[in-house]
Ligand binder design. Sequence first.
Ligand code: NAD
Length: 255
Amino acid sequence: MSASQQAEGGRVVIVTGAARGIGHAIARRFAASGHRVVVADLDGDGAERAAAELREDGADAIAVRCDICSRADVDAMVAAVRGAYGWIDVLVNNAGWDKVEPFIDSTEETWRRIVEINLLGPIRCTQAVLREMIPRRYGKIISIGSDAGRVGSTGEAVYSAAKGGVIAFTKTVAREVARYGINVNAVCPGPTDTALLAEVAGDNPNLVEALKRSIPFRRLGTPEDIAGAVHFLASDEAAYITGQTLSVSGGLTMC
Ligand SMILES: NC(=O)c1ccc[n+]([C@@H]2O[C@H](COP(=O)([O-])OP(=O)(O)OC[C@H]3O[C@@H](n4cnc5c(N)ncnc54)[C@H](O)[C@@H]3O)[C@@H](O)[C@H]2O)c1
């Protein structure tokens, strides 16, 4: 079936890091509108649980254990999706990781882990999926950046660099693949209420309160807030949008 014949609801969507948090909400959002969803995550059991939950709600979903830091895992994930569904319409590069600490105290080991997961992981998944999308002349790639990559964030120097890299990478790839009818965009959450934020806030409850005070809407983002923006960018409504960076942060970042 060609992409143009496909109903918008039935597209094949890979979401990395979809076992929990923002990725899980994105997977639920696509499943709710009838898309076929691939829950890809380093946490294989979590991915299985998330996909089973989607199927219980009537969706067509599969789980694939995949470490986006491994070329072999990413290639195997793409092959598994091709085997299950035949093609890939949408990739959401969501998996990410952070460690908050003063830059001066951070180690090379931490820098490498942050860059590997947050920058090279999305780059690796994007190339593997584009090889499937280009021959079909159709595709949507949405990468989850961060407002930290747009305006900086104290304690997140290398993470900000990696997310800034995701934004720059998005723009260049968007230019290169527009001729194939492929849209490439980035969504940048602000502080969003997930386990990652709880881990980052750690033993400092005042941090969350301070964040809320600095956000014009005076609340943290929810995973569903982010999912709505990603779903829009993957839809036909956004067919003429590419190379863009959309902050979803309650007005915290306006640029
Ligand atoms: N929560 C926030 O405040 C916030 C703000 C800005 C940006 N973000 C970004 O949003 C995305 C999702 O964040 P979240 O808060 O939901 O995080 P989370 O920690 O709750 O979930 C991340 C998921 O990614 C998976 N993952 C981690 N490393 C992986 C790897 N190497 N391969 C495959 N899967 C892997 C984890 O197993 C987990 O299921 C990340 O890219 C993060 O940087 C989050």
